[in-house]
Design a protein around this ligand. Structure first.
Ligand SMILES: [Zn+2]
Length: 328
């Protein structure tokens, strides 16, 4: 859907196509928050070619607002996935010109196995007729009247089956010694981090036991929503799971798995100072059975904690900005 709040330009050809998309023979589908997907003019020679048009009148990719970037990139990647699956092409050219229409749009052009000029760009072949582009013409693709319907349904499947990319979780620390606990509120985050790293055996962190799955002890926090930055995911999850508002936080380590970031751990301080009590005041949500403080060194040496919990503590103590994990 085009939001009524989207500002279009009366003098722009692509803005008119967006506005009149429903009566445009080349309009294919709504590609999420930021893109409408049209058949590209390159489709005449490269069947399957797509033209995603940004839903606002902007010119460059660098004009995309930060909050819209993940969704936009995700949709572009889903279009690529759909093209590869449906057309079995050799590769995909993704281009952004906007030389004629000064309105951000791209062309995704599937390039096929039996092209004669496979090392040339599609736009260099403007004057080469379709029959001269292929050593053996892709008849099944050119004649497939349901080709774009297949691409549409595959792309929408990819777009709608996105999963949240990261988790954000909170490291709630307190000194073991009772007298020192209130001191934490006079320290800045870097001082707390240094004290805990220097003497981890004298510090504890709060973990929760979930009400489902394996009932393992885990950090408070969880998976981010689509397009939600991990720090905001952490703040939201803490609020949902225990009801606390985070006032100060700082990233302490990133957890990786198979070459991709899984999530980010933040040292976090809530506004309610009772979070350091043995049985802290909290909202009781269905998901969290109980919360408890554990000594940092004990966590690392005990078989009662899963590898990701140990890994986060170890990376924090050893001042490792990144660590690799094997479990979730
Ligand atoms: Zn426009």
């Amino acid at each position: 859907m085009l939001s009524p709040y989207i500002k279009l330009n009366d003098n722009c050809g692509l803005c008119s196509r967006l506005r009149l998309a429903n009566s445009d023979k080349d309009f294919l589908f709504d590609g999420g928050h930021n893109l409408y997907i049209f058949k590209s003019p390159f489709a005449e020679k490269w069947p399957g070619a797509l033209m995603p048009i940004f839903k606002r009148h902007i010119y460059e990719q660098s004009d995309i607002r930060p909050s819209d970037l993940p969704d936009t990139l995700h949709t572009l990647v889903c279009l690529e996935k759909a093209l590869r699956k449906v057309t079995n092409c050799k590769r995909i050219n993704l281009v952004k010109f906007a030389n004629i229409s000064h309105h951000l749009h791209w062309h995704l052009i599937p390039r096929y196995h039996n092209e004669i000029y496979s090392n040339k760009c599609s736009w260099e072949l403007e004057n080469v007729p379709r029959e001269k582009i292929y050593s053996k013409i892709e008849e099944s693709l050119f004649e497939d009247t349901s080709l774009y319907e297949k691409i549409r349904s595959q792309a929408l499947f990819e777009i709608n089956n996105r999963s949240s990319p990261y988790f954000g979780c909170a490291l709630f620390l307190r000194p073991c010694e009772l007298e020192l606990r209130s001191k934490i509120f006079t320290l800045d985050l870097d001082e707390i981090i240094k004290l805990a790293r220097d003497n981890p055996e004298k510090w504890e962190c709060l973990l929760m036991k979930r009400n489902y799955h394996d009932f393992a002890w885990d950090f408070i926090g969880g998976n981010c929503e689509v397009n939600e930055y991990p720090e905001f995911g952490m703040i939201r999850e803490v609020k949902e799971e225990v009801g606390w508002n985070i006032t100060r936080y700082k990233e302490v380590t990133r957890q990786w798995k198979m070459g991709a970031i899984k999530g980010i751990v933040y040292l976090a301080i809530p506004e309610n100072q009772h979070y350091m009590d043995d049985e802290p005041e909290r909202v009781h949500c269905a998901e969290v059975e109980t919360v408890k403080y554990f000594n940092l060194v004990e966590i690392m040496n005990s078989p009662n904690f899963v590898d990701s919990v140990k890994g986060r503590i170890k990376a924090f103590i050893e001042n490792k900005a990144d660590f690799d994990s094997i479990d979730s």
